[in-house]
Ligand binder design. Structure first.
Ligand SMILES: *[C@@H]1O[C@H](CO)[C@@H](O)[C@H](O)[C@H]1NC(C)=O
Ligand SMILES: *[C@@H]1O[C@H](CO)[C@@H](O)[C@H](O)[C@H]1NC(C)=O
Ligand SMILES: [Cu+2]
Length: 367
């Protein structure tokens, strides 16, 4: 009996602590590899407060050049079909809880950091055991994790700052906000704060004391002049938050940086891009990977450093991780007790339910 209970608790911990998703991994965040606690792939919440999950331990500072672009990449095993995101800065340290001190420099409507039907197949986890999936190596691949060249405006003040990625996932049980922050130092920028002060404030929702967005591609209100619309925003995605004035029309030059597509010569991209951590997803059917757990939806906790080969899911639950066949586009398919999928017309790729939600009879609801 004791053994059964212990096993059940272990199982529940593995499956239930399943709100494990994405971090920004480049530029290197606070508490990335060797600090305690480590940066989490989970959404902000009571124990992971705004801003930055409460983290500010500097491991590596990245130099950003005003007027150039910064490569931004992500790690994580549950991409929730992508979503909308922002890249923001603050010059206060430690990163301030006053959101007015944070300014957005670049906004992506949809496509961040994936454009995918659901969660992607697993790739090798990162050095700290965080789940991962195939990387596109560019900003336009589908069914892989994208990276972006984010323009760093030329008139930003020089100095030490914190660069943040905030993310509103497209699909999942409930509206969430993710935030990863990295220590940076801005070089070659302005001596005054005029440009920075005039940037829009970061959009903060889905945390205590803030408005709550709907699901879908959130149309971030007041996104500023710089960004891209990678997917059309969903109607009424604003929930209880201010409604955006319309689909944004962005200037892509980021106040002096060259257009994103032509900013970095191909040769430079080649040398700065890391080797793919796995074969492209098209060559590796999820069912045949030997990745721990074997499933295609590793929405799993990355809190404790885990040996790369440690099983992160119990064996024997293969059915839970397998795509389910279906025929009604957009239909919600409940998969086991902990997952659901959204039918793409032929299959539903499993993804984990957010904490506090259940799936039953084709509906996701709060427990
Ligand atoms: C982007 O990456 C994907 C996946 O790696 C690849 O299939 C695609 O051809 C790439 N696109 C461009 C424009 O390089
Ligand atoms: C900026 O950050 C670097 C690295 O963290 C630190 O050595 C330096 O003292 C900081 N400079 C200022 C002006 O705070
Ligand atoms: Cu998730």
């Amino acid at each position: 009996m004791l053994t059964m209970t212990t096993t059940f608790v272990a199982l529940a911990t593995l499956l239930g602590a399943s709100n494990a998703h994405m971090i920004m991994s480049t530029p290197s965040p606070y508490n990335h590899h060797k600090s305690s606690p480590l940066v989490q792939v989970d959404p902000l919440g009571a124990s992971l407060p705004f801003p930055c999950q409460g983290l500010s331990t500097i491991e590596e500072t990245t130099a950003l050049t005003a007027g150039a672009t910064q490569r931004v990449a992500f790690t994580g095993g549950a991409q929730h079909g992508g979503g909308s995101c922002q890249f923001s800065l603050t010059y206060e340290y430690p990163p301030p809880a006053d959101k007015s001190k944070w300014k957005a420099i670049y906004t992506l409507i949809g496509g961040c950091p994936v454009s995918a039907a659901g969660n992607l197949p697993a790739a090798a986890p990162d050095a700290d055991g965080r789940a991962n999936s195939p990387q596109c190596g560019n900003d336009s691949g589908v069914e892989c994790i994208r990276e972006f060249q984010v323009p760093i405006p030329k008139d930003l003040p020089s100095g030490n700052a914190t660069f943040a990625w905030t993310w509103y996932p497209k699909i999942g049980g409930q509206p969430e906000l993710y935030m990863t922050c990295a220590p940076v130092t801005i070089q070659g920028g302005a001596a005054d704060t005029g440009f920075f002060d005039a940037l829009p404030q970061i959009f903060v929702a889905n945390v205590a004391g803030e408005c709550k967005t709907g699901m879908g591609v959130v149309n971030i209100p007041n996104p500023g002049k710089f960004g891209r619309v990678l997917e059309q925003p969903s109607p009424d995605s604003q929930g209880s938050c201010p409604k955006a004035a319309g689909v944004p029309v962005f200037e892509n030059d980021a106040a002096g940086a060259a257009p994103v597509a032509s900013i970095v010569p191909t040769t430079l991209l080649t040398v700065t891009r890391p080797a793919p951590s796995s074969s492209p997803s098209t060559d590796v059917p999820a069912a045949s990977t030997t990745f721990p757990g074997g499933g295609s939806s590793p929405c799993k906790p990355a809190l404790a450093p885990v040996a790369p080969n440690a099983p992160l899911r119990p064996t024997g639950d293969a059915a839970v991780g397998d795509a389910q066949s279906c025929s009604v586009l957009g239909e919600i398919i409940c998969i086991g007790d902990s997952q659901f999928g959204i039918c793409d017309g032929a299959k539903a790729v499993p993804q984990d339910l957010s904490d506090g939600t259940t799936c039953s009879g084709g509906k996701i609801s709060r427990v």
